[in-house]
Design a protein around this ligand. Structure first.
Ligand code: XMP
Length: 319
C-alpha cells in the first residue's frame, strides 16, 4: 500500500526530527496500536528506544507471553517486562467507580514508566500508540457538548513533574489505517487482526470491585468465548468481542444442587473506528453452545447473557 509506505517514511523522519539524540520509552499494551507505534519508532531510532510491557494483573489469558515472544523473538526489539500486578491490584482495592479505576491505573502506569526510565539513566520521551478516535473521545463527544465520556488512560498528557515529552506517531490515524501500517511493517497477520484491547484491561470489564478471583473467572470465560468465535470463523467479521464479569450472583441448578454464582456478559460489536458500533447478531445456537461451555468449564459462573446494545447509546466497554 503506497499510502502507508509514504506515511511510514514520513513518520520515521518526523520521529527522528522530534527525538534527536534523546531516549524514548514506549509502553506496550499488547494491542495493535502500541505495537505498531513501537515498531515504527524502533525503525526510526533503533536502540534509543526502550519498550516496557507492564503486566498490571488485568491482562487476558496468555497476553504477556504473546507480546514478549513477538517483540523479543520476531522483531528482536529489547523489551522490559515489568510485573506490577501486586501494586496495581492493591491500589485498586475498594475502587468501584469507573473513572476512579481509569485514573488510578493511568497514574500507576506513569509511576512504572518513571521508575523504568530512571533505571536506564533517564528518558526524554514517552511514546504511546494514541489514535485519532482516542484523542477525540477524551475531549468531547461527537455532535454534543464538550463532556468527557471516558478518560482514556493513554491520553491527557503527563504530570508536570515529569520531564518527558510525548511521542505519538499514530495520532492522526484510524484503526483500519493502523492495521495497514502494521502490515506494511511486517507485523504477523494474527497480530494485525487482533481485536482492540483497552489499556486499563480487564479492570473495565469487571464492573464493581476488582479481585483476583473475579479476574481469573473473567480470563477463563473470555478465552473460551474468543476460542468459540475463532472456531466458528467469525473473528475477522467482528470489531471486538469480549466477556464481562457482572458483580452479581444469581441462583442456578447443576445436577441435583443449587448454585449461587456469577453472571458473565458477552459483548460483540461491528464498527469501523470504535466511535459508533452495532451489536453483532450471532446465531442463537452459537450463543447457546458458548454459554454451555463457559458454565461447564469455568467454576464460579452459572449464567451467561448477551449484550444487544449498540453504540450509542451504549459504549463498547462497560466502563
Ligand atoms: P468505548 O468503550 O469508549 O471504547 O466505546 C471505544 C474503543 O476504545 C477502546 N478503549 C480504550 N483503549 N485505552 C485504550 O487504549 C482506554 O482507556 C480505552 N477505553 C476504551 C475500547 O476497547 C474500544 O475499542
Amino acid at each position: 500500500d503506497w499510502t502507508m509506505r509514504a506515511f511510514r517514511e514520513e513518520a520515521v523522519e518526523k520521529i527522528r526530527a522530534q527525538v534527536g539524540q534523546g531516549r524514548v520509552i514506549c509502553g506496550l499494551s499488547g494491542g495493535v496500536d502500541s505495537s505498531v507505534a513501537a515498531i515504527l519508532i524502533h525503525e526510526a531510532i533503533g536502540d534509543q528506544l526502550t519498550c516496557v510491557f507492564v503486566d498490571h494483573g488485568m491482562l487476558r489469558k496468555d497476553e504477556g507471553k504473546t507480546v514478549v515472544d513477538m517483540f523479543r523473538h520476531h522483531y528482536n526489539i529489547p523489551l522490559v517486562h515489568v510485573d506490577a500486578s501486586k501494586q496495581f491490584l492493591s491500589e485498586l482495592e475498594g475502587v468501584t467507580d469507573p473513572e476512579a479505576k481509569r485514573k488510578t491505573i493511568g497514574r500507576l502506569f506513569i509511576d512504572v514508566f518513571e521508575a523504568e526510565a530512571k533505571k536506564i539513566g533517564g528518558a526524554d520521551f514517552l511514546a504511546q500508540g494514541t489514535l485519532y478516535p482516542d484523542v477525540i473521545e477524551s475531549v468531547s463527544f461527537t455532535g454534543g457538548p464538550s463532556v468527557t465520556i471516558k478518560s482514556h488512560h493513554n491520553v491527557g498528557g503527563l504530570p508536570d513533574r515529569m520531564n518527558m515529552k510525548l511521542v505519538e506517531p499514530l495520532r492522526e490515524l484510524f484503526k483500519d489505517e493502523v492495521r495497514l501500517l502494521g502490515r506494511e511493517l511486517g507485523l504477523p497477520e494474527i497480530f494485525v487482526g487482533r481485536h482492540p484491547f483497552p489499556g486499563p484491561g480487564l479492570a473495565i470489564r469487571c464492573p464493581g470491585e476488582i479481585t483476583n478471583e473475579k479476574l481469573d473467572i473473567l480470563r477463563e470465560a473470555d478465552a473460551i468465548y474468543i476460542d468459540q468465535i475463532r472456531k466458528a470463523g467469525l473473528y475477522d467479521d467482528i470489531w471486538q468481542a469480549f466477556a464481562v464479569l457482572l458483580p452479581v450472583k444469581t441462583v442456578g441448578v447443576m445436577g441435583d444442587s443449587r448454585t449461587y454464582d456469577y453472571v458473565v456478559g458477552l459483548r460483540a460489536v461491528t464498527s469501523t473506528d470504535g466511535m459508533t458500533a452495532d451489536f453483532y447478531s450471532f446465531d442463537m445456537r452459537f450463543l447457546g453452545a458458548t454459554a454451555t461451555r463457559i458454565i461447564n468449564e469455568v467454576k464460579g459462573v452459572n449464567r451467561v447473557v448477551y449484550d444487544v446494545t449498540s453504540k450509542p447509546p451504549g459504549t463498547i466497554e462497560w466502563e
